[in-house]
Design a protein around this ligand. Sequence first.
Ligand SMILES: *[C@@H]1O[C@H](CO)[C@@H](O)[C@H](O)[C@H]1NC(C)=O
Ligand SMILES: *[C@@H]1O[C@H](CO)[C@@H](O)[C@H](O)[C@H]1NC(C)=O
Ligand SMILES: *[C@@H]1O[C@H](CO)[C@@H](O)[C@H](O)[C@H]1NC(C)=O
Ligand SMILES: *[C@@H]1O[C@H](CO)[C@@H](O)[C@H](O)[C@H]1NC(C)=O
Ligand SMILES: [Zn+2]
Length: 533
Amino acid sequence: MRFTGWTMIWLLLCLAFAGCTWAQNAQFWNIQAQDTLQKALTREASLNRNVAKNIVFFLGDGMGVSTVTAARIMKGQQAGMTGEETVLSWEKFSSVALSKTYNTNRQVPDSAGTATAYFCGVKTKEEMIGVDDQAVLGDCQSSLNAAVDSVMTDAEKEGKATGFVTTARVTHATPACLYAHSPDRNWENNADVPEAEAALGCTDIAHQLVTLGQNIKVIMGGGRREMLPDNFTDYEYSALTGQRTDGRNLVDEWLASKDAQTSHFVWNLDQFNEVDPENTEYLLGLFESSHMQYEGERTNEPSIAEMTEKAIRILQKDTDGFFLMVEAGRIDHAHHDGFAGNALNDTVAFDAAVAKAVELTNEEDTLIIVTADHSHVMTLGGYQSRGNPILGLVDLSSAEDDLPFTSIGYTNGPGGIAEQVSYKLFGRRRNLTDNDTENPRFTQPGIVPRESETHGGEDVAIYANGPMSHLFHGVHEQNYIAHVVRYAACLGNRQHCDEYVAPCGSGASSVPSGGVTMITVLLNLWLALVLPK
Ligand SMILES: *[C@@H]1O[C@H](CO)[C@@H](O)[C@H](O)[C@H]1NC(C)=O
Ligand SMILES: *[C@@H]1O[C@H](CO)[C@@H](O)[C@H](O)[C@H]1NC(C)=O
Ligand SMILES: *[C@@H]1O[C@H](CO)[C@@H](O)[C@H](O)[C@H]1NC(C)=O
Ligand SMILES: *[C@@H]1O[C@H](CO)[C@@H](O)[C@H](O)[C@H]1NC(C)=O
Ligand SMILES: [Zn+2]
């Protein structure tokens, strides 16, 4: 870190006077850019080539770059600033790259195919859970020899403590790709698996969570219904039951397989708060029958930051290190419903979770990755003034139909239906003049009418910090992410640990041996032999 005296003075003045808006003369921007430049100049010398002992993998489901920008503005505005200048926790990370998200059979992907890519290292079709492209949707036979393992499974094999946290169901597409293999993401409980497919040996995802995933130390999210039998009344909602038709109670099975003193099942905030990480080896938290609530509507459930903290404190006790995955699973759901407010609010809550992980770990031994599976068709536009409310109407420019418009809009989705209805009734777009566009359940305008807004196809960002994070350096295929995790933490792949010489004293960096050169020589030899002359 190189802060000049002037930078410090400017920063202090800025903090003292709301958001620096008064101080944006040439000097302000020159000092700010010079500070960034000085840091960039020392980047090469300060690369962190350590072996990653711990990995925290953050996944914002549907958190495209436009969502990140808008959430940054919302976070700043919630703190009383203009918003645009705000820096999210992952925006301080040392490396940024882009991830190409398409599935092997889809230009615009889903969350299952993409999770198989970034967790298992192999791109596959949409809706596939931990199986490669040989597998066909809903076809058990095609998937039997197609399984690919995740970096979490690899970490467990290396003796690390493992866990995951999600605000979606624990059996939903993203977390499922950590521990399960299925040719259909919808096979969450036994009733979802057609009998003929089950007869071939395919099992539901919840079953795999308590069998293949039996050594996972921390499991937190929603999805009780996938684990409980259909004659079992839900803990929280008397009108709901479990959905399993095989009579199994997987929560009881999970508890029975663990030491009673150090293992806990919790389903509400009070129980969660009572869990002492120091005396807990295994924690299963299922806070909703289906997905957890949006951050802005949350009652009697821990926040994603609270779950992240609890998980890290439990996993950190393992001297071999840990792997933790944290998913903000409902940014995606809010976008599908056209609720930009909830999508952005959940992204701000995600930012707090990442900040908590940064606070509780050390960048010398912990690789933190923040990325998204895919984007959404949300965009931020208009020529509104600096500091204009992110969920509000554009203030400085008008539309040809003289009706106001919001900064945030969707190419398709429920907003398109709302406009269609307005055209039928009034022959024009909705008149939003007196509408509460900042309500978290306000449906932002859209064009194509669709019940569910769709994912977006443009690249998403990868933000990384800690050991070998500089390997994220350009425009990457999404499956590359898992390969960096394996390399950086020596999971299955020993290359980095074999080559790595621990630094002598603080600040010294490692000296790679001839391993890479050896591989290059062998590769050239092989190419010389196989390539036609
Ligand atoms: C549910 O049904 C099973 C048998 O299929 C039975 O053993 C169990 O006691 C029942 N549970 C409840 C809560 O009724
Ligand atoms: C965002 O969440 C906060 C609580 O964390 C809530 O007070 C606020 O109303 C929410 N805003 C929106 C737009 O959802
Ligand atoms: C939109 O609604 C506002 C307030 O209800 C009204 O003043 C305005 O004339 C309306 N705009 C159009 C184009 O109808
Ligand atoms: C928007 O405002 C109009 C007029 O005040 C009202 O009729 C309509 O229900 C409002 N719509 C929403 C989504 O708030
Ligand atoms: Zn989605």
